[in-house]
Design a protein around this ligand. Structure first.
Ligand code: TMP
Length: 201
């Protein structure tokens, strides 16, 4: 069985999404089905929740609950069926983002996230998580040049510093699963670092 659940994480502006086509190509070359998906989103209902989450102001716990509502649907409709078929599932963000954004940066109690994670995921965890890491100044500078920012992208450098710290803590707590990619280097070097991680999957 080849089935592998791969997630991509990092602050806004870390550049993770740029690498998705290349990762799909690498995995696809093995002749195995590859599903590329994202959170919040990944299903019709999840994409509707994404629009609400990215543009409406709400209590951080409401945000957490909606992230997990979208995730529940995503797991049931997309992730588990694909893994059962033996596919590679590549998700642009998953639960580590909730630990980083809602718990780390917005102060939701981490034990509440743990409870929701246990309830919704029933033990499901990514096999590997590529964490695209850049210094906060780099992320903020990239975002200031970007398209119209969403609610999250308008946050302050202090907010992003908390996100980075929370992601790095998750990586230290889950060293087997996390692969940290230094995304603060020329794009071809980042590509090579990503390729090296995908090659050993
Ligand atoms: P994206 O721009 O990488 O698609 O992510 C959308 C935004 O949603 C991003 O700013 C991070 C945020 N987010 C959370 O705050 N919590 C979560 O659990 C997830 C999956 C995303």
């Amino acid at each position: 069985m080849t089935a592998k659940f791969i997630t991509l994480e990092g602050m806004d502006g870390a550049g993770k999404s740029t690498h998705i086509p290349n990762i799909i190509k690498m995995l696809g070359a093995r002749g195995v089905e590859v599903i590329s998906t994202r959170e919040p989103g990944g299903t019709e209902l999840g994409e509707k929740l994404r629009t609400l989450l990215l543009h409406e102001n709400m209590h951080p716990e409401t945000e957490t609950l909606l992230m997990f509502a979208a995730r529940r649907e995503h797991i049931a409709q997309v992730i588990l069926p694909a893994l059962a078929r033996g596919a590679y599932v590549l998700s642009d963000r998953f639960t580590d983002a909730t630990y980083a954004y809602q718990a780390g940066a917005k102060g939701v109690a981490a034990n509440k996230v743990v409870q929701l994670e246990q309830w919704v995921q029933e033990g499901l965890q990514p096999d590997v998580t590529l964490l695209f890491d850049v210094p906060v100044e780099v992320s903020v500078a990239r975002l200031s040049n970007a398209r119209t920012p969403d609610k999250f992208e308008r946050e302050s450098a202090e907010f992003f510093a908390k996100i980075r710290e929370a992601y790095l803590l998750r990586a230290r707590e889950n060293p087997e699963r996390f692969k940290i990619i230094n995304a603060n280097q020329p794009l071809d070097k980042v590509y090579k670092a990503v390729e090296a991680q995908i090659a050993v999957l």
